[in-house]
Design a protein around this ligand. Structure first.
Ligand SMILES: [Zn+2]
Length: 113
């Protein structure tokens, strides 16, 4: 007995596995194996405080006063940040801010303009 799913096109139960694909011998349909073997789909969505998707090059504004690491200055709420770059990590926004220079922000503390 096979645990493979039926063909989504013709419901045939004679599907078989071919590498990372499932193949239906009856209608010729091929589709990717669902589940654990398929871990390449790890594209992360970057979301702002309101849950909007952020993209490279977006302009955002800071939603609360943020202390700037290693200095006594504070990034004021409402500060506009142009041309952000999204990166992986705890602080997921790379940017340059006038008067501050290059810095990193957390996407949860900004909102898209
Ligand atoms: Zn089929």
């Amino acid at each position: 007995m096979s645990k493979l799913p039926n063909c989504p096109k013709c419901q045939s139960e004679y599907t078989y596995e071919d590498g990372s694909l499932l193949v239906c011998p009856e209608c010729g349909h091929e589709w990717p194996v669902a589940g654990e073997a398929n871990s390449s789909e790890d594209k992360k969505d970057f979301k702002d405080a309101n849950g909007n998707i952020l993209n490279d090059g977006d302009t955002v504004s800071v939603i609360k006063d943020l202390k700037v690491k290693g200095s006594s200055s504070v990034l004021k709420m409402g500060t506009k940040v142009k041309n952000i770059r999204l990166v992986d990590g705890d602080h997921d926004i790379d940017c340059k801010i006038d008067g501050f220079g290059a810095m990193k922000l957390k996407s949860e503390f900004v909102k898209k303009i």
